[in-house]
Structure formats: structure tokens, C-alpha cells
Design a protein around this ligand. Structure first.
Ligand code: C2E
Ligand code: MG
Ligand code: MG
Length: 604
């Protein structure tokens, strides 16, 4: 298609005005010249009048105009040359507006050529019916019109080009941005057929946050620029190998890049390209004299389906990348049916969670925690429950993880905390000063939630709960994975008077000397270690011994969880473990059953 210039922006709105401005003189001259017997001019005017009217009607009904406008410009130009030949100056007047229209409609280069040709021809033609010196005088303002129109339209074109770059390129790296990639991808997807594949590589830098935190954002930005250059290098390499291949690299946001390759003939090439991308990061990058080891996780999604939307393809590649990260980073993940099913399943679970939150379908069970005698209840752990079959099928352990992934966990945690506080408000008068601590599980997501401490303070005030009666449980793994800021946040919660415990202790590979930095009161020995206690006490129990000595060293309380067999309890008692929970002593109970048990226990 012919290159349109300034016109691409202004013409759609101005076209009807231009056409009407032409229609009236064409109509007038048709009547005038036919009336005065100048049949030739009259008939050409009539032809132009009809052509202009047709275009006007087509434009009104939003029909695409291609050759029609070119035809009108050519026929008007011929008409004006003819008029200049017979009418001289009277014909020349109308050349000025036509020149400006040409500059509106065509690219600067085409307009300069066309308008100069038109001006030369009309001046030459007008020699026939006017004096040469007058024709030469008119030529001067004609040249001025061309020059001014040229300056105006080239300025607009320059601005437009700058704007186009700004809109399509990433401001930091200079490679394409999400908008451009999306547009290009949707064009490419329309054109894919069964003979060629289109692959989308979603690239995420591993631990990029650590680069920013350790070296500052300046180095982080510099690194992103270098990474984009490396990726662009790979796309050049790929496309230079075959004419059929087309490729584009872009930055979607932050440390997320995307490479699209279309026209791939064989599926085996898809992983060859992925490996090329991964291998580009074998050597460290140097930013501001700092050598930085960069690794990436790549998610690949491919398609031959022209109905696939860019968003879906990006989403698939993103999921595959996420899986690659979960598998241990610095690797390639391919989107496949297995992943698709997994995602589908997770989507369904997340919908069930949302529905349960909206309709108040979650409730709590309480698992008693016993003291060293294993007869006296000293507290309980609140555990979330839901009767929806799809949630029952997966269990809290798994649906809590999905809630974390789908950003639903904060709402769940707040629901659990508020329910616990409501129950505690009823229980406190019954306790009769007897020591009791309610343990509430919270997600590691809260360790990054600055608003969390304020929220619990507000709820505790509302339900008049003394913080010393509440213990928040966080898993050991989550604490090891989080940094200094999370520990600060826990210190804030502890300073408010709440207790903190490390859940599933022993599974998270805490460097034991790190324990002194964690502001915790209690270690909960993970069930797997309790279950490993054999009836004849073998070496398997070593871990429990270590945990108990550690707790003694750091003056921490210990709760053994998952006690199912009498010999496990005997062993723990012998080693001086002070608190227990588990199916041997009691399963998680409804609130009514739990308070009944507590009552009996209190009055024994
Ligand atoms: P957790 O905090 O380690 O909770 C203990 C889990 O072990 C509970 O499973 C409990 O029923 C089970 N358990 C305790 N003793 C025994 C035993 O003797 N034998 C056996 N076989 N199991 C025992 P549940 O309720 O399925 O919870 C699983 C995980 O889900 C919890 O592990 C916790 O990480 C999470 N979770 C549960 N409720 C909540 C909650 O309200 N909020 C949050 N954020 N997470 C929760
Ligand atoms: Mg727990
Ligand atoms: Mg646990």
C-alpha cells in the first residue's frame, strides 16, 4: 500500500471538508461552462463533480478508499492543466489549494515531486493564454506554497516519527515494548499456517531483585540494557540463518523480556533457539566495573493456530516460565498439556476459594495442644476448613498455596484471625485465668505486608484480645526465604506482645546459628521427624534430639506435632519435650467439641 504521511493522521477527519471544498467549484463550473458553451471544460468539471460525490458518499459509509483518491488528484491536476492552457491566470488560482491537499495526503517526498511537476506543467500550459512575464510572476508564489507546505509537513512527519518511536520502544533498553510486541504478535498470529510454527520465549531474570538490592538501581538498569543487547544479538543470529524466520525482542516490564520467532519449520528448532537464549547468559555481564552472574528462566509456548490471541500465548509462556523457576531456575520450561491441566485445576480451586470467601464458607477447627503430662490442654491450633468438594479433595495445605499464588491469601488470613479473635472473646471469661494460647497459621506473604501489624492491632482492640494469648505460626521455609525486612516486621509483631512460632521446623534448612536472629518463641517439630521415631528408638530420632538441644540453648519452647503413637509420646517425654499435639491426643475439633473437651479438662 502507498505510504500515506501527515494524511494518515489528519485526512480521515479533513477528507469530507476537502471533498466539499472541491465539490462546490466543480459543480459551479459545470453549470457555468456548459451554459456558456465551453463544453470541454464543462464536461471535465462534471466528471470531477461526479467522482468527488462518489468518494464523498463512499467515505460517509466508511468504505475503504484506495485508488479513488489518487484518481481524483490526477483528474483534478489534468483538469487544472487544461484550464490553465485555455484560461491562463483563472485556471492557476486553483493550483494553490490542490498543492496543499497533495501535501496533506502524500508522503513528503511524493508530495514534493508531484507538486513540482504539477506547478511546472500548469505554468507551461498557461503560457498559451497569458503573457510569459505574468506566468513567471505567478510561478513565484506557487514555489513559495510548495516550500511552505514542504516545511510544514516535514516538521509534522518528524514529530510523528519521534512519537511513533516513543510509543513502540522501551524507554530504558531501546528494544520494543509490550504494546509493539503485542501488535506484532497479533499480526504474526493471523498469518501463521500449518506449515510453520510461531514460538514465544518468555524470559525472566533469576533473582534480579537481589541485583537491585545489592548494587543499586543504576546497576540494575545498566544490566537490563546489556541483557536486552544479548537477546537482540540472539534474534539477529536466528533470523540470519534463514529467510523464512522473523524475530522480535521486547521488554514487557521490569526484568521480563520476550522473544518471538515466527516461521519455524521444525519443532526441534524451537528448543535449539531456547538453548541459544539460555547459553547467552553463561558468561557474566559487566556493569560499572561490576561482574554480575546473570541467569534466566525461559518459558516457551508455541502455536500454529491463527485463532490464538497474543494474550493467551503470552500467558502460556509466562506459566511455563514460572514452572521453570519452580524447578530451580536457569532452565527452560515448555508449555504442554500437563501444565495446561495443572493451571486449569488451579484456576478452578482459586474460583472455589473466591466463592467461599464471598459466601463465608470457610470455618475453623481447633487442634488441642497438650502440656508435658499429655492430659492438660494449654492451647490450640486453629486450622482452616471448608466443605466444598473440590477444596476437600485437595486439603488446606494445597489450597493455601494456591490462594498465595492467586493473591487470595491475605483475605483468608484476615478471616482466620478475625474468627479466632471472635472465638477467643467468648472463651476468655470461661478460662478463669488458666493459661491458654491460641496458635494461628499465617502465610509467608504477610511477612511482606507492611499493613499486617496494624490490621491485627485493630482487630485485637476490636475484640479485646490480649496479644499474649495469641501465637502466630509461620513456616520455617518462609522465614529462610525472606530477608531482613521480614524479620523487622516479625520483630514489630513481637514487640506488640504476640508470640511467634516456627512451624514445620527441621524441614527448612535453617542454619541453626541463624536462630538467634529470628524473633521466635516456639519451634514446632515437623511431623515427619515425629513419625520417624521407631518403636525401638533408632538413629532416626537424632534430629529431634538436635532440635530439643537447640531449643534449650536459645531458650525456646518446643511443640511436637503429629504425635500418633504412644511410643512417640514416650520418647518425647523422656527427652523433655514440653508440649505436643497429634491424633493420639486429639484430632482437630469443631469449636463446640473443643470447648467441651477444654471444660472437662479444666474440671478434672
Ligand atoms: P500445619 O500448620 O503444620 O498444621 C498441621 C497439620 O498437620 C494440620 O493439617 C493437622 O491436621 C495435621 N496434623 C496434626 N497432627 C497430626 C497427626 O497426628 N497426624 C496427621 N496425619 N496429621 C496431623 P491441615 O489442617 O490439613 O493443615 C495443613 C496445613 O495447611 C497447615 O500445616 C498449614 O500450613 C496450612 N493451614 C491450615 N490452616 C491454615 C490457616 O488457617 N491459615 C493458613 N495460612 N494456613 C493454614
Ligand atoms: Mg501450623
Ligand atoms: Mg506444621
Amino acid at each position: 500500500m502507498k505510504e500515506k504521511d501527515t494524511a494518515a493522521y489528519v485526512l480521515p477527519k479533513l477528507l469530507p471538508i476537502f471533498l466539499l471544498l472541491g465539490l462546490f467549484p466543480f459543480g459551479f463550473y459545470t453549470i457555468y461552462h456548459l451554459n456558456y458553451g465551453e463544453m470541454d471544460i464543462g464536461l471535465i468539471s462534471l466528471a470531477n463533480f461526479i467522482l468527488t460525490s462518489v468518494i464523498l458518499v463512499q467515505n460517509y459509509f466508511k468504505k475503504e478508499l484506495t485508488w479513488q483518491l489518487d484518481a481524483l488528484v490526477v483528474s483534478t491536476s489534468c483538469f487544472l492543466i487544461y484550464c490553465c492552457y485555455f484560461l491562463g491566470i483563472k485556471g492557476l488560482f486553483f493550483v494553490f489549494p490542490l498543492i496543499t491537499v497533495i501535501f496533506f495526503y502524500y508522503s513528503v517526498r511524493t508530495a514534493i515531486f508531484a507538486s513540482s511537476l504539477l506547478a511546472s506543467l500548469v505554468v507551461l500550459a498557461s503560457f498559451h493564454s497569458m503573457e510569459a512575464n505574468i506566468a513567471a510572476r505567478v510561478a513565484f508564489p506557487l514555489v513559495m506554497t510548495i516550500v511552505i507546505s514542504y516545511l510544514y509537513s516535514s516538521t509534522i512527519t518528524r514529530h510523528r516519527d519521534a512519537l511513533t518511536l516513543e510509543v513502540n520502544l522501551d524507554y530504558l533498553t531501546g528494544i520494543y515494548n509490550r504494546r509493539n510486541i503485542n501488535a506484532w504478535l497479533s499480526q504474526q498470529l493471523k498469518e501463521v499456517d500449518e506449515h510453520a510454527l510461531l514460538a514465544l520465549y518468555f524470559i525472566d531474570i533469576d533473582d534480579f531483585k537481589r541485583v537491585n538490592d545489592s548494587y543499586g538501581h543504576g546497576v540494575g538498569d545498566g544490566l537490563l540494557v546489556l541483557i536486552s543487547k544479548r537477546l537482540a544479538g540472539v534474534t539477529d543470529e536466528i533470523t540470519s540463518a534463514s529467510f523464512a524466520l522473523q524475530s522480535k525482542v521486547g521488554r514487557l516490564a521490569g526484568d521480563e523480556f520476550v522473544v518471538v520467532v515466527s516461521g519455524i519449520a521444525q519443532e526441534s528448532e524451537v528448543s535449539i533457539f531456547a538453548n541459544k537464549l539460555l547459553n547467552k547468559f553463561k558468561n557474566p555481564l559487566i556493569v560499572e566495573n561490576t561482574k554480575i552472574d546473570v541467569h534466566v528462566s525461559i518459558g516457551v509456548a508455541l502455536t500454529q493456530d491463527h485463532l490464538m490471541s497474543p494474550d493467551t500465548l503470552l500467558h502460556y509462556a509466562d506459566i511455563a516460565m514460572f514452572e521453570a523457576k519452580k524447578q530451580g531456575k536457569n532452565r527452560i520450561g515448555f508449555f504442554n498439556q500437563f501444565i495446561a491441566n495443572k493451571v486449569n485445576h488451579k484456576n478452578q480451586i482459586s474460583l472455589a476459594i473466591k466463592e467461599s470467601l464471598d459466601n463465608n464458607l470457610f470455618y475453623l477447627h481447633f487442634m488441642p495442644i497438650y502440656d508435658v503430662t499429655a492430659t492438660k490442654i494449654v492451647g490450640a491450633e486453629a486450622l482452616i476448613r471448608n466443605d466444598k468438594p473440590e477444596l476437600v479433595a485437595v486439603g488446606p495445605e494445597d489450597y493455601i498455596k494456591i490462594a498465595e499464588e492467586y493473591g487470595l491469601i491475605t483475605e483468608i488470613d484476615l478471616f482466620v484471625i478475625e474468627s479466632c479473635f471472635k472465638h477467643m472473646q467468648l472463651l476468655i471469661p470461661e478460662l478463669d485465668q488458666q493459661p491458654f494460647i491460641l496458635a494461628i497459621n499465617i502465610s509467608s506473604v504477610e511477612l511482606k505486608n507492611e499493613k499486617f501489624p496494624d490490621k491485627i492491632e485493630q482487630l485485637a482492640n476490636q475484640y479485646k484480645i490480649p496479644p499474649s494469648m495469641i501465637e502466630f505460626e509461620i513456616t520455617e521455609t518462609s522465614l529462610v526465604d525472606h530477608g531482613y525486612k521480614s524479620i523487622k516486621l516479625l520483630q514489630r509483631i513481637k514487640a506488640m506482645g504476640y508470640k511467634l512460632s516456627l512451624d514445620d521446623f527441621g524441614t527448612g534448612y535453617t542454619a541453626f546459628n541463624q536462630l538467634q536472629h529470628f524473633p521466635v518463641d516456639t519451634l514446632k517439630i515437623d511431623k515427619s521427624f515425629i513419625w520417624a521415631i521407631g518403636p525401638n528408638y533408632t538413629n532416626e530420632e537424632l534430629m529431634i534430639d538436635v532440635i530439643l538441644s537447640l531449643a534449650k540453648l536459645y531458650k525456646l519452647n518446643v511443640i511436637a506435632e503429629g504425635v500418633e503413637k504412644p511410643h512417640q509420646l514416650d520418647y518425647l517425654k523422656r527427652l523433655g519435650c514440653s508440649q505436643y499435639q497429634g491424633y493420639l491426643l486429639s484430632k482437630p475439633l469443631s469449636w463446640e467439641a473443643f470447648t467441651e473437651l477444654l471444660n472437662i479438662n479444666q474440671h478434672e
